[in-house]
Write a protein that binds this ligand. Sequence first.
Ligand code: FPP
Length: 243
Amino acid sequence: MASSAASNPRHIAIVMDGNGRWARKRLMPRGMGHKAGVDALVKVVQACADRNVEFLTVFAFSSENWKRPEEEVSGLMSLLLVALSKHLVRLSADGVRIRIAGDLAHVSPKVRDALLDAEQKTAHNSRLTLTVAFNYGGRWDIVQACQKALREGVAPEALDEATLARHMAMAYAPDPDLLIRTGGEVRISNFLLWQCAYAELVFSDCLWPDFDAAQLDACIADYRRRERRFGDVGADPAEPLAS
Ligand code: FPP
C-alpha cells in the first residue's frame, strides 16, 4: 500500500559514523571522538523521546569492529561501561527502555553483565525503546534467526518471512521507518539488513558527535517528504480516479 510519510517515524535507526574524523580534525585521539559520540547519543535519545519516536536503534559496535586496533576496541568497551554508569539512571527516569541486539556470547562477562543489567533495570519503561546494537551484524541476525527457528523444529517449507521475522533479534519492534547514517558514507555496513527492506534512507555529512536535535529534525523533514510505496505504485495526482 502506498502512503506518504507525512507523520513522524515510529522507528529510527542510526549508523553513528564519523567519531574518528571528528577527533582527528581536533588533533585528538579517536577515543575522544567516541566519547563525544556518547554525549551526542544521549541528546539524540532525548530529542527522539520529545518527538514521540517510539523506537530508536543505534549501531554501537558491529561484528566487524573487532578488526580495529586492540586499543580502540578496549577503549570502546570501557566507554560503554562508563556511559552506562553515568547515564542509565537519567535515561530510565526519562522513560527509556534499553534493549540489546547482538551476539553477547563472545563479549567479556563484564560488558555482557552491564548490558543485561541495563536491560533489566529499564524493562518497566515504555516511552522510548533504545536498542543498542552491540556486536551486531545484519547477516549474523538473519543466520541466528534461521538457527533459532530450525532448533524450534520449524520445517524448512514452513520457514516463511513472518516466521523468520519472529526470530530476528528485534522481533519486538516494527521495522525502522527511517535509517540515518551520519559521517558522509553512503552504505549500510551490515546494519539491519532484514529490517530495513523498506526503510527510507537518509545520509548526512554531519560527523556523529556534531549530530543534534536540529540535524535530527532535518532528517525527519527529509523523511516526511518521501512517498512510501512499499512496492506499490505511487499516488499520481494527474491520473484519473477509477469510477
Ligand atoms: C563509527 O565512527 C562509530 C563507532 C564504531 C562507534 C559508535 C559508538 C558511539 C557513538 C559511542 C556509543 C557506543 C559505545 C560502544 C560506547 P568511526 O570511528 O568509524 O569514525 P570515522 O569513520 O570518522 O573513523
